[in-house]
Design a protein around this ligand. Structure first.
Ligand SMILES: *[C@@H]1O[C@H](CO)[C@@H](O)[C@H](O)[C@H]1NC(C)=O
Ligand SMILES: *[C@@H]1O[C@H](CO)[C@@H](O)[C@H](O)[C@H]1NC(C)=O
Ligand SMILES: *[C@@H]1O[C@H](CO)[C@@H](O)[C@H](O)[C@H]1NC(C)=O
Length: 518
């Protein structure tokens, strides 16, 4: 690399788009799009999922180096006493004793992990208290609101990981001596894991999360820093932007987490450094003439219980206080201010998939109002995208957003995640998009209302044995219908170990073709 190039490269890394700003090519606050500004709607975009916000199912191998990797934060466990042949249960869901008298396991019989390290955990029960040992030093109860050293239980697993013993902080093991008393007073260091040992429990791993919280806390700070920085610099590279541009797309939607605004040392367990990757994305987008939608996918406290909001254990606490909303507005302010002068900044999406009723409509509209103003402080031309609440009316934001110039409503359309699609044939799925989705979209798309954006969709369904041609028709009908959204659409996602979820694979293998279609 010659010296002047190195200097420009250095400046680009330090301050995205400084190169262009320094040449004064674009006034910062004109509402019209300057010549080298982001592409205008209709947008045909792809999400860069699983890059700056971890989702294990997109790239499971990222988790491979975590010891005891199926015991991450939020993993739900059930324990069946081998001597009682009954499940452990937090009586009343929590607040009192742990018993071993349930033949079936459900909510009260499920314990969520908070991981201290690979073998030591806090156990959270249905009503959100933590398991501890009562003042008598023996009785096991679920009464603690915020866990400390007294709630740190070691979980010892047998060789094939189907059975466990749970060691209390005292060093003694939990045992189910009778069906209605679980005590922390079993002395035997060793066991043959047989059905006669009251300290042995059959383990069921019900479900787990593989999000940013889990990967960071699972590896621990030092290793997570290594793993994630490598991922950020190798998973999405300049060549991907070249591919996206050459494929007939004109924008990318980039999910980011709130910690991206916290510098190099965000609150634990999160890891700093994703901002550098986002800076790179802006520079590549500019080079390949792509717009960038910065999408706040994980807000502080988590706006839904899913791993993609970086939830610790499935809890959803975003928007419950004004301070939390103000903190989120700060993140938007930071992002808008950093990228306002980048010609490729197309839009800021204030929040991805808030879930009702946990996120209330008043909290959300307060945040959208303040977040909108934070963006407008820095740019008059970037669109401001607002995601509809999941499980709520898809028109509830229309009136509110109509008063905000440049606002866009984001709806996500998957023929999945609902029993409505169970047993549908390929043709029925295609008809559903053609009739039901298009009528849904026209309900949201109003004259003088906000623009509309299908910010996530995929050519995947619950159809067994579908042919390539079925998939092609399914992708095409969605491109046709979602092409009527006034802002545009974005496929979920660019890369994925599951082929149909990877737009790169779908394009490379001829399932989706944009250059030759509408
Ligand atoms: C895990 O944490 C516990 C409690 O702090 C500690 O006693 C134990 O040594 C730790 N184990 C490992 C493997 O780091
Ligand atoms: C389990 O034991 C507790 C404590 O003795 C008792 O209150 C409860 O009714 C029992 N539940 C069942 C299903 O046996
Ligand atoms: C789709 O729309 C059709 C026609 O309006 C309706 O009969 C059908 O119930 C809808 N399907 C679903 C799954 O909502």
């Amino acid at each position: 690399m010659r010296q002047p190039e190195r200097l420009v490269f250095f400046l680009l890394l330090c301050s995205p788009c400084l190169f262009h700003v320094s040449h004064g090519r674009r006034p910062t606050s004109t509402p019209q799009k300057a010549k080298d500004s982001a592409p205008a709607p209709p947008i045909r975009a792809v999400n860069l999922g699983g890059w700056l916000v971890t989702e294990g199912w997109i790239l499971p191998s990222l988790f491979d180096g975590i010891p005891n990797k199926d015991f991450l934060d939020g993993t739900q466990l059930q324990f069946k006493s081998v001597t009682q042949n009954m499940f452990l249960s937090a009586e009343q869901g929590g607040g009192t004793i742990i018993v071993a008298n349930r033949t079936q396991a459900s909510g009260w019989e499920t314990f969520k992990l908070w991981r201290i390290n690979e073998s030591t955990f806090n156990l959270k029960v249905f009503n959100n208290q933590f398991v501890t040992v009562a003042g008598d030093g023996v009785t096991v109860v679920a009464t603690v609101t915020l866990p400390g050293p007294g709630e740190a239980f070691q979980i010892v697993r047998n060789a094939d990981k189907t059975r466990v013993r749970i060691r209390a902080p005292s060093g003694k093991f939990l045992q189910a001596k009778t069906s209605d008393s679980v005590t922390a007073d079993y002395d035997g260091e060793s066991t043959n894991w047989g059905n006669d040992d009251p300290s042995v429990f059959v383990l069921t791993v019900v479900t787990g999360l593989q999000g940013e919280y889990q990967i960071c806390n699972g590896y621990g700070k030092a290793k997570a820093t290594q793993v994630l920085r490598k991922h950020w610099s190798t998973y999405i590279v300049e060549n991907d932007f070249k591919f996206i541009s050459a494929s007939g797309l004109n924008a990318v939607r980039i999910p980011v987490g709130w910690w991206i605004a916290s510098g190099s040392n965000p609150p634990p367990p999160f890891i700093g450094g994703s901002l550098q990757a986002l800076d790179n994305a802006f520079n590549w987008a500019q080079k390949y003439n792509l717009g960038v939608i910065v999408d706040l996918h994980a807000a502080p406290g988590s706006q839904n219980p899913f791993e993609h909001s970086a939830s610790k254990d499935g809890s959803q606490d975003w928007g419950k206080t004004d301070a939390n909303i103000a903190q989120t507005v700060q993140v938007i302010d930071f992002l808008a201010s950093r990228y306002a002068n980048c010609p490729s900044l197309l839009a800021v999406e204030l929040l991805n998939e808030p879930l009702a009723p946990g996120v209330s409509l008043p909290a959300l509209t307060k945040y959208y109002n303040d977040g909108y103003n934070a963006v407008r402080k820095h740019t008059a031309s970037a669109y401001v995208i607002m995601s509809n609440r999941l499980s709520a009316s898809n028109t509830e934001l229309l009136e509110f957003a109509s008063g905000l110039p440049g606002s866009v409503i984001d709806v996500h359309y998957y023929n999945l995640f609902s029993s409505a699609f169970d047993g549908l044939t390929a043709d029925q799925n295609i008809d559903f998009v053609r009739t039901n989705r298009s009528s849904e979209l026209s309900t949201v798309t109003r004259q003088n209302g906000p623009l509309t954006f299908v910010g996530e969709w995929v050519a995947e369904w619950n159809v067994g044995g579908a042919t390539k041609e079925d998939y092609q028709r399914f992708a095409q009908v969605q491109i046709d219908v979602y092409g009527r959204a006034t802002f545009g659409w974005s496929y979920w996602t660019l890369k994925n170990v599951r082929d149909h979820w990877s737009m790169q694979w779908m394009i490379s293998n001829g399932y989706i073709s944009l250059n030759t279609t509408s």
